[in-house]
Design a protein around this ligand. Structure first.
Ligand code: NCD
Length: 322
Protein backbone atom coordinates (compact mmCIF):
# COMPACT_ATOMS: atom_id res chain seq x y z
CA UNK A 1 0.00 0.00 0.00
CA UNK A 2 1.26 3.46 -0.89
CA UNK A 3 0.52 5.65 2.10
CA UNK A 4 0.80 3.38 5.09
CA UNK A 5 -0.59 4.31 8.41
CA UNK A 6 -0.07 2.15 11.38
CA UNK A 7 3.63 2.07 10.82
CA UNK A 8 3.82 5.81 10.25
CA UNK A 9 6.27 7.25 12.78
CA UNK A 10 5.70 10.72 14.19
CA UNK A 11 7.36 13.07 11.77
CA UNK A 12 7.49 16.61 10.51
CA UNK A 13 7.29 15.76 6.85
CA UNK A 14 3.62 15.67 5.98
CA UNK A 15 3.85 15.38 2.22
CA UNK A 16 1.36 12.72 1.08
CA UNK A 17 0.94 11.49 4.66
CA UNK A 18 -2.27 10.21 6.21
CA UNK A 19 -3.45 12.16 9.24
CA UNK A 20 -5.30 9.60 11.34
CA UNK A 21 -4.17 10.45 14.85
CA UNK A 22 -2.27 13.19 16.61
CA UNK A 23 0.12 10.38 17.59
CA UNK A 24 1.56 10.58 14.07
CA UNK A 25 2.72 14.15 14.57
CA UNK A 26 5.58 15.53 16.59
CA UNK A 27 6.17 18.99 17.97
CA UNK A 28 8.16 20.08 14.92
CA UNK A 29 5.28 19.14 12.63
CA UNK A 30 2.86 21.07 14.80
CA UNK A 31 5.10 24.14 14.79
CA UNK A 32 5.25 23.99 11.01
CA UNK A 33 1.46 23.66 10.70
CA UNK A 34 0.90 26.58 13.09
CA UNK A 35 3.38 28.83 11.25
CA UNK A 36 1.71 28.10 7.95
CA UNK A 37 -1.75 28.60 9.50
CA UNK A 38 -0.65 32.13 10.43
CA UNK A 39 0.16 32.73 6.75
CA UNK A 40 -3.19 31.25 5.77
CA UNK A 41 -4.90 33.82 8.00
CA UNK A 42 -3.54 36.44 5.60
CA UNK A 43 -4.13 34.44 2.41
CA UNK A 44 -7.78 34.02 3.38
CA UNK A 45 -8.25 37.79 3.29
CA UNK A 46 -7.18 38.04 -0.37
CA UNK A 47 -9.91 38.84 -2.86
CA UNK A 48 -8.87 35.99 -5.18
CA UNK A 49 -8.33 32.40 -4.04
CA UNK A 50 -4.71 31.35 -3.88
CA UNK A 51 -3.48 28.76 -6.38
CA UNK A 52 -1.73 26.55 -3.84
CA UNK A 53 -4.19 23.69 -4.42
CA UNK A 54 -5.06 24.53 -8.04
CA UNK A 55 -5.80 21.32 -9.94
CA UNK A 56 -6.35 19.32 -6.73
CA UNK A 57 -9.62 17.63 -5.85
CA UNK A 58 -10.38 16.55 -2.30
CA UNK A 59 -13.30 14.31 -1.37
CA UNK A 60 -15.16 15.02 1.84
CA UNK A 61 -16.77 11.70 2.77
CA UNK A 62 -18.95 12.26 5.82
CA UNK A 63 -20.84 9.32 7.29
CA UNK A 64 -21.77 11.41 10.34
CA UNK A 65 -23.34 14.87 10.61
CA UNK A 66 -21.03 17.87 10.66
CA UNK A 67 -21.30 21.64 10.45
CA UNK A 68 -17.88 23.10 11.18
CA UNK A 69 -15.53 20.32 10.11
CA UNK A 70 -17.17 19.74 6.74
CA UNK A 71 -17.66 23.38 5.85
CA UNK A 72 -14.25 24.51 7.07
CA UNK A 73 -12.51 21.79 5.05
CA UNK A 74 -14.59 22.77 2.04
CA UNK A 75 -13.81 26.46 2.55
CA UNK A 76 -10.11 25.71 3.18
CA UNK A 77 -9.77 23.81 -0.11
CA UNK A 78 -11.60 26.52 -2.05
CA UNK A 79 -9.56 29.28 -0.41
CA UNK A 80 -6.50 27.54 -1.86
CA UNK A 81 -7.97 27.17 -5.35
CA UNK A 82 -8.76 23.45 -5.07
CA UNK A 83 -12.07 21.69 -5.63
CA UNK A 84 -14.16 19.32 -3.59
CA UNK A 85 -16.43 16.33 -4.01
CA UNK A 86 -18.76 16.41 -1.04
CA UNK A 87 -20.43 13.13 -0.10
CA UNK A 88 -22.69 13.60 2.84
CA UNK A 89 -24.59 10.71 4.36
CA UNK A 90 -23.18 8.07 1.97
CA UNK A 91 -25.00 5.28 3.78
CA UNK A 92 -28.23 6.50 2.20
CA UNK A 93 -27.06 8.53 -0.76
CA UNK A 94 -24.23 6.54 -2.35
CA UNK A 95 -23.84 2.99 -3.66
CA UNK A 96 -23.40 1.87 -0.06
CA UNK A 97 -27.22 1.98 0.00
CA UNK A 98 -27.07 -0.73 -2.70
CA UNK A 99 -24.75 -2.83 -0.61
CA UNK A 100 -21.32 -1.61 -1.71
CA UNK A 101 -18.58 -2.21 0.82
CA UNK A 102 -16.71 0.57 2.61
CA UNK A 103 -13.45 -0.50 0.97
CA UNK A 104 -14.92 -0.40 -2.54
CA UNK A 105 -16.35 3.06 -1.94
CA UNK A 106 -13.00 4.38 -0.79
CA UNK A 107 -11.13 2.74 -3.66
CA UNK A 108 -13.58 4.22 -6.14
CA UNK A 109 -13.15 7.72 -4.79
CA UNK A 110 -9.40 7.25 -4.90
CA UNK A 111 -9.68 7.22 -8.69
CA UNK A 112 -11.17 10.71 -8.74
CA UNK A 113 -9.32 12.76 -6.17
CA UNK A 114 -6.05 13.64 -4.49
CA UNK A 115 -7.10 13.06 -0.87
CA UNK A 116 -10.09 11.90 1.14
CA UNK A 117 -11.25 13.58 4.33
CA UNK A 118 -13.41 11.08 6.16
CA UNK A 119 -15.76 11.16 9.14
CA UNK A 120 -17.18 7.85 10.31
CA UNK A 121 -19.18 6.68 13.35
CA UNK A 122 -16.78 3.84 14.12
CA UNK A 123 -13.33 4.25 15.64
CA UNK A 124 -10.64 2.88 13.35
CA UNK A 125 -12.46 3.51 10.08
CA UNK A 126 -10.19 6.33 8.97
CA UNK A 127 -7.34 3.87 9.32
CA UNK A 128 -9.37 1.26 7.47
CA UNK A 129 -9.83 3.78 4.64
CA UNK A 130 -6.07 4.37 4.60
CA UNK A 131 -5.47 0.64 4.42
CA UNK A 132 -7.88 0.37 1.48
CA UNK A 133 -6.25 3.04 -0.64
CA UNK A 134 -2.94 2.76 -2.38
CA UNK A 135 -2.07 6.21 -3.60
CA UNK A 136 -3.81 9.06 -1.82
CA UNK A 137 -3.70 10.39 1.74
CA UNK A 138 -6.60 10.00 4.15
CA UNK A 139 -7.44 12.64 6.74
CA UNK A 140 -9.46 11.64 9.77
CA UNK A 141 -12.25 14.14 10.40
CA UNK A 142 -13.53 12.17 13.40
CA UNK A 143 -13.79 8.40 13.75
CA UNK A 144 -16.41 7.43 16.31
CA UNK A 145 -15.04 7.73 19.82
CA UNK A 146 -11.49 7.53 18.48
CA UNK A 147 -9.80 10.74 17.42
CA UNK A 148 -10.38 14.05 15.70
CA UNK A 149 -6.84 15.21 14.94
CA UNK A 150 -7.63 18.30 12.89
CA UNK A 151 -9.90 19.57 15.67
CA UNK A 152 -7.01 19.15 18.12
CA UNK A 153 -4.75 21.11 15.79
CA UNK A 154 -7.17 24.00 15.70
CA UNK A 155 -7.73 23.79 19.46
CA UNK A 156 -3.98 23.84 20.14
CA UNK A 157 -3.48 26.64 17.62
CA UNK A 158 -6.21 28.65 19.35
CA UNK A 159 -4.67 28.11 22.78
CA UNK A 160 -1.25 29.02 21.43
CA UNK A 161 -2.57 32.18 19.80
CA UNK A 162 -4.05 33.36 23.08
CA UNK A 163 -1.44 32.02 25.52
CA UNK A 164 1.69 32.38 23.35
CA UNK A 165 2.99 28.94 24.32
CA UNK A 166 1.78 25.36 24.61
CA UNK A 167 4.13 24.62 27.52
CA UNK A 168 3.47 25.29 31.22
CA UNK A 169 -0.30 25.38 30.84
CA UNK A 170 -2.90 24.74 33.48
CA UNK A 171 -6.11 23.58 31.80
CA UNK A 172 -9.52 22.18 32.60
CA UNK A 173 -11.33 19.74 30.30
CA UNK A 174 -14.97 18.99 31.05
CA UNK A 175 -17.67 16.72 29.65
CA UNK A 176 -17.90 13.32 28.02
CA UNK A 177 -14.23 12.40 28.17
CA UNK A 178 -14.88 8.76 27.42
CA UNK A 179 -16.66 9.29 24.10
CA UNK A 180 -15.37 12.71 23.13
CA UNK A 181 -12.86 12.21 20.34
CA UNK A 182 -11.82 15.86 20.34
CA UNK A 183 -10.64 15.45 23.93
CA UNK A 184 -8.62 12.33 23.08
CA UNK A 185 -6.77 14.15 20.32
CA UNK A 186 -6.35 17.36 22.30
CA UNK A 187 -4.80 15.54 25.26
CA UNK A 188 -2.41 13.70 22.97
CA UNK A 189 -1.48 17.04 21.45
CA UNK A 190 -0.89 18.65 24.85
CA UNK A 191 1.27 15.71 25.84
CA UNK A 192 3.79 16.73 23.17
CA UNK A 193 4.61 19.84 25.18
CA UNK A 194 6.32 20.41 28.52
CA UNK A 195 4.98 20.88 31.97
CA UNK A 196 1.25 20.87 31.26
CA UNK A 197 -1.19 20.25 34.08
CA UNK A 198 -4.70 19.25 33.06
CA UNK A 199 -7.75 18.78 35.27
CA UNK A 200 -10.42 16.39 34.00
CA UNK A 201 -14.06 16.62 35.02
CA UNK A 202 -16.59 14.14 33.65
CA UNK A 203 -20.02 12.86 34.71
CA UNK A 204 -19.95 9.47 36.42
CA UNK A 205 -18.91 6.68 34.02
CA UNK A 206 -17.84 9.12 31.33
CA UNK A 207 -14.26 9.62 32.49
CA UNK A 208 -11.26 9.12 30.25
CA UNK A 209 -10.61 5.46 29.39
CA UNK A 210 -8.00 4.02 31.76
CA UNK A 211 -5.78 2.96 28.87
CA UNK A 212 -5.61 6.46 27.48
CA UNK A 213 -5.01 7.86 30.95
CA UNK A 214 -2.05 5.51 31.29
CA UNK A 215 -0.69 6.34 27.84
CA UNK A 216 -0.88 10.07 28.53
CA UNK A 217 0.60 9.86 32.01
CA UNK A 218 3.61 8.04 30.59
CA UNK A 219 4.36 11.05 28.38
CA UNK A 220 4.79 13.27 31.43
CA UNK A 221 1.48 15.08 31.08
CA UNK A 222 0.08 15.75 34.57
CA UNK A 223 -3.56 14.70 34.73
CA UNK A 224 -5.88 15.18 37.70
CA UNK A 225 -9.37 13.72 37.74
CA UNK A 226 -11.83 15.83 39.71
CA UNK A 227 -15.49 15.09 40.36
CA UNK A 228 -17.29 18.36 40.98
CA UNK A 229 -17.35 21.98 39.84
CA UNK A 230 -16.15 23.00 43.30
CA UNK A 231 -12.87 21.22 42.72
CA UNK A 232 -11.94 23.31 39.68
CA UNK A 233 -8.49 24.76 40.36
CA UNK A 234 -8.16 28.51 40.32
CA UNK A 235 -6.57 30.49 37.51
CA UNK A 236 -6.49 27.97 34.66
CA UNK A 237 -5.13 29.18 31.34
CA UNK A 238 -7.98 27.55 29.50
CA UNK A 239 -11.24 25.71 30.01
CA UNK A 240 -12.30 23.25 27.32
CA UNK A 241 -15.95 22.33 27.67
CA UNK A 242 -17.61 19.55 25.65
CA UNK A 243 -21.08 18.07 25.21
CA UNK A 244 -22.18 14.59 26.23
CA UNK A 245 -22.05 12.54 23.04
CA UNK A 246 -25.72 11.60 22.72
CA UNK A 247 -25.19 9.45 19.63
CA UNK A 248 -22.92 7.05 21.55
CA UNK A 249 -25.64 6.04 24.05
CA UNK A 250 -27.85 2.99 23.66
CA UNK A 251 -30.96 4.71 25.00
CA UNK A 252 -32.14 8.26 25.39
CA UNK A 253 -32.84 7.58 29.06
CA UNK A 254 -29.18 6.68 29.69
CA UNK A 255 -28.07 9.87 27.96
CA UNK A 256 -30.50 12.04 29.90
CA UNK A 257 -29.15 10.67 33.19
CA UNK A 258 -25.73 12.18 32.53
CA UNK A 259 -26.43 15.09 30.22
CA UNK A 260 -25.72 18.62 31.38
CA UNK A 261 -24.33 17.62 34.75
CA UNK A 262 -21.75 20.36 34.35
CA UNK A 263 -22.83 23.70 32.97
CA UNK A 264 -20.48 26.61 32.57
CA UNK A 265 -21.85 30.01 33.56
CA UNK A 266 -20.30 33.46 33.74
CA UNK A 267 -20.47 33.21 37.52
CA UNK A 268 -18.48 29.97 37.50
CA UNK A 269 -15.83 31.41 35.21
CA UNK A 270 -15.62 34.54 37.35
CA UNK A 271 -15.27 32.44 40.50
CA UNK A 272 -12.55 30.00 39.42
CA UNK A 273 -11.03 31.62 36.34
CA UNK A 274 -9.22 34.87 35.79
CA UNK A 275 -9.75 37.61 33.22
CA UNK A 276 -7.34 35.65 31.00
CA UNK A 277 -8.86 32.19 31.29
CA UNK A 278 -10.08 31.39 27.79
CA UNK A 279 -13.15 29.23 27.24
CA UNK A 280 -13.11 26.79 24.33
CA UNK A 281 -15.71 24.31 23.06
CA UNK A 282 -15.41 22.20 19.89
CA UNK A 283 -19.15 22.71 19.29
CA UNK A 284 -21.96 21.84 18.87
CA UNK A 285 -23.06 22.83 22.36
CA UNK A 286 -26.25 21.42 23.75
CA UNK A 287 -26.93 23.47 26.85
CA UNK A 288 -23.59 23.15 28.67
CA UNK A 289 -22.51 26.76 27.99
CA UNK A 290 -24.82 29.56 29.03
CA UNK A 291 -25.59 32.05 26.24
CA UNK A 292 -24.58 35.02 28.36
CA UNK A 293 -20.99 33.83 28.00
CA UNK A 294 -21.04 34.27 24.22
CA UNK A 295 -20.01 37.92 24.33
CA UNK A 296 -17.57 37.48 27.20
CA UNK A 297 -14.06 38.36 25.97
CA UNK A 298 -12.79 35.08 27.42
CA UNK A 299 -15.10 33.00 25.19
CA UNK A 300 -13.38 31.94 22.00
CA UNK A 301 -15.67 29.08 20.93
CA UNK A 302 -17.85 31.00 18.49
CA UNK A 303 -15.06 33.34 17.53
CA UNK A 304 -11.37 32.62 16.93
CA UNK A 305 -11.71 28.90 17.53
CA UNK A 306 -13.98 28.19 14.57
CA UNK A 307 -12.21 30.57 12.19
CA UNK A 308 -8.90 28.95 13.15
CA UNK A 309 -10.35 25.65 11.92
CA UNK A 310 -10.20 26.93 8.38
CA UNK A 311 -6.64 28.29 8.66
CA UNK A 312 -5.39 25.05 10.19
CA UNK A 313 -7.04 22.93 7.51
CA UNK A 314 -5.65 25.19 4.78
CA UNK A 315 -2.17 24.75 6.26
CA UNK A 316 -2.50 21.00 6.70
CA UNK A 317 -3.78 20.40 3.17
CA UNK A 318 -1.05 22.58 1.69
CA UNK A 319 1.61 20.57 3.56
CA UNK A 320 0.10 17.23 2.55
CA UNK A 321 -0.77 17.97 -1.07
CA UNK A 322 2.02 20.17 -2.38
C1 NCD B 1 -16.95 17.50 17.43
C2 NCD B 1 -16.96 16.11 16.83
O1 NCD B 1 -17.58 15.89 15.80
O2 NCD B 1 -16.32 15.27 17.43
N1 NCD B 1 -17.45 18.49 16.59
C3 NCD B 1 -16.61 19.10 15.73
O3 NCD B 1 -16.07 18.50 14.84
N2 NCD B 1 -16.33 20.38 15.96
C4 NCD B 1 -17.49 17.58 18.79
C5 NCD B 1 -18.84 17.03 19.05
O4 NCD B 1 -19.55 16.60 18.15
O5 NCD B 1 -19.22 17.08 20.22
Amino acid sequence: MGVKTTSQKPSRNLKRKNILSIKQLNQTALTEIFLLAEKMRVIATHAQPSKILAGKIVTLLFYEPSSRTLSSFDAAIKQLGGQTIVINNPTELSSIAKGESFEDTVRTLEAYCDAIVIRHPQAGFAEKAADSTTSIPIINAGDGIGEHPTQALLDLFTIKTHKKSLDNLKGLIVGDLMNGRTVHSLLRGLSLYKNNEIYLLAPRNLGLQKELLKELTKTGLSLFEISSLNQIPSACDFWYWTRVQKERFKTLAEYKKVNNKFIVTKELLDKFGTKDTILLHPLPRTGEIKKNLDDDPRSVYLKTQIRNGMYIRMALLALILT
